[in-house]
Design a protein around this ligand. Structure first.
Ligand SMILES: Nc1ncnc2c1ncn2[C@@H]1O[C@H](COP(=O)(O)OP(=O)(O)OP(=O)(O)O)[C@@H](O)[C@H]1O
Ligand SMILES: [Mg+2]
Length: 448
């Protein structure tokens, strides 16, 4: 026999008329149906034969559907059983699902309702079979749980540990959401300063007019708003670590003052007369690469050299896809715990999508996508549609989608060319160089 084999169903109801009707309707729809009216006989058949799905009435004189259910599952624990309940016995139905039935439908029902319940049962089983067994996250020796299984991240951790053994100024770079904050904290927590303060200042979230006093402190009366003395970040960090985040956002004149402070090892608050020695260790971070800013004259070169003593580059998530599964495992268990749900799995299709996506927002985007998917999902596994990831993200995703939906190579090429062009702010010469083609070819490929 060729083609897909028919699904074998067993229909059980004490009403022979109902059995006949269901057998006839379901056979017409292409199922291989056996109809029975006696539960004991059904139980025997289930033992000796194998059915893809058993559809049974709950209320029967000989044996209640619930007893039958436990007898079936006692015999065949993974047997799919769909229950038909009388209207008004929903509580019973719910408890039977909890007892292991795959679903129930209430009488009276339309045949289409039954068919969709049957199909759903098969689909859910397929999903369960496809669930990717996620490995348990192994407790890493890092204080917080930092996932770093990929060679690239292991190198990052190794450099971070070395940095922790020194007092040298450290510059952490990497796209948004790659984990720069996590690495800064790791350095502090693994350093001799771990019991001292960890003081963080984000230059992007402080208005430019206030950055100066936040950094260096202010003495009462220095300007109209300065109603009292306030310590700046360098003093607040004491002999701990000062984490200066988004350093690329610092206005040029403050950059000059910062350099002066770092060179002298002393800080003078605004409006103050005396200088205070600084003892804090400085870690700076930025998601804007500083080198182009230096070239454009928007970041002081001398300050750049002063910060860039130990350099840690946190790679984007798409360059360390091995980490995705482990991060997913961590975020999934966190999200389920937070939302008081039992742990759910990930369908193979969703996993393919997660691994192929290009993650412009990196680890943070993954964490948010998982959290949202757990809220939206009402299955026991995440499906691709729960993830709600933008389409056509990344060439790998494009290729994965292409394989599923038969996209012509030309179209994949065109989308990729467009993406490279977008990433380079529409700079055609730059995009052509990266793609290894000349500009004329680039135009041609864009037009398609
Ligand atoms: N390797 C990792 N293991 C576990 N969690 C991580 C890892 N990297 C990042 N995270 C988590 O991802 C989120 C983003 O990380 P973080 O805030 O450190 O990124 P960032 O690079 O500082 O981003 P931004 O540039 O926007 O400031 C945080 O919730 C963090 O806990
Ligand atoms: Mg950060």
């Amino acid at each position: 026999m060729t083609g897909q084999s028919k699904k074998k169903l067993l229909v059980l109801d004490d009403d022979a008329g109902v059995v006949d009707f269901l057998c006839e309707s379901l056979s017409e729809l292409g199922y291989d149906v056996t109809g029975l009216t006696a539960p004991r006989e059904a139980l025997l058949r289930i033992k000796t034969d194998s059915f893809d799905l058993v559809i049974t009435d709950v209320e029967m004189p000989q044996m209640r559907g619930t007893e039958l259910l436990s007898a079936i599952l006692g015999e065949k624990p993974s047997q799919l059983v769909l229950l038909i309940t009388a209207f008004g016995s929903i509580d019973l139905a719910v408890s039977t699902v909890q007892a292991g039935a795959c679903d129930f439908i209430a009488k009276p029902f339309k045949i289409e309702t039954l068919v969709s319940a049957i199909e759903r049962a098969f689909r859910d089983r397929q999903i369960r079979r496809e669930i990717v067994r996620l490995r348990k996250v192994s407790p890493l020796d890092a204080p917080e749980q930092i996932i770093a299984g990929s060679p690239a991240m292991r190198r990052v951790l190794a450099t971070a540990r070395k940095a922790a053994g020194t007092d040298s100024t450290t510059l952490i770079t990497g796209e948004t959401g790659t984990g720069k904050g996590v690495i800064a904290k790791l350095i502090h927590d693994s350093s001799a300063r771990r019991d001292r303060p960890f003081y963080q200042l984000n230059c992007a979230s402080v208005p430019p007019t206030l950055v100066e006093s936040e950094l260096f402190g202010v003495r009462r009366g220095a300007f109209t708003d300065a109603k009292e003395d306030r310590d700046g970040a360098f003093v607040a960090a004491g002999d701990g670590t000062f984490f200066l985040d988004e350093v690329g956002e610092l206005p040029l004149e403050i950059q000059a003052k910062l350099l002066h402070v770092l060179e002298n090892g002393r800080v003078r608050p605004l409006g103050g007369t005396s200088e205070v020695p600084i003892k804090a260790r400085l870690i700076a971070a930025t998601n804007r690469p500083l080198e182009p800013l230096v070239r454009e004259g928007n970041f002081r070169q001398d300050l750049y050299y002063r910060l860039n003593i130990i350099r840690i580059e946190v790679p984007p998530l798409r360059e360390r896809r091995e980490d995705i599964v482990h991060l997913l495992d961590l975020f999934l268990s966190r999200a389920c715990e937070r939302q008081s749900r039992s742990l759910i799995g990930v369908s193979a299709a969703a996993m393919r999508r997660l691994v192929a996506y290009h993650w412009p927002g990196n680890v943070r985007e993954l964490a948010n996508a998982v959290e949202r998917a757990v809220v939206l999902s009402d299955h026991d596994a995440l499906l691709p549609e729960d993830l709600d990831l933008p389409k056509n993200g990344g060439v790998e995703a494009l290729l994965a989608e292409g394989a599923d939906s038969h996209i012509p190579l030309e179209e994949i090429e065109r989308s990729y060319v467009r993406r490279v062009l977008e990433e380079h702010g529409g700079n055609k010469a730059g995009a052509a160089r990266i793609l290894g083609i000349n500009r004329r070819t680039l135009y041609r490929k864009l037009k398609g």
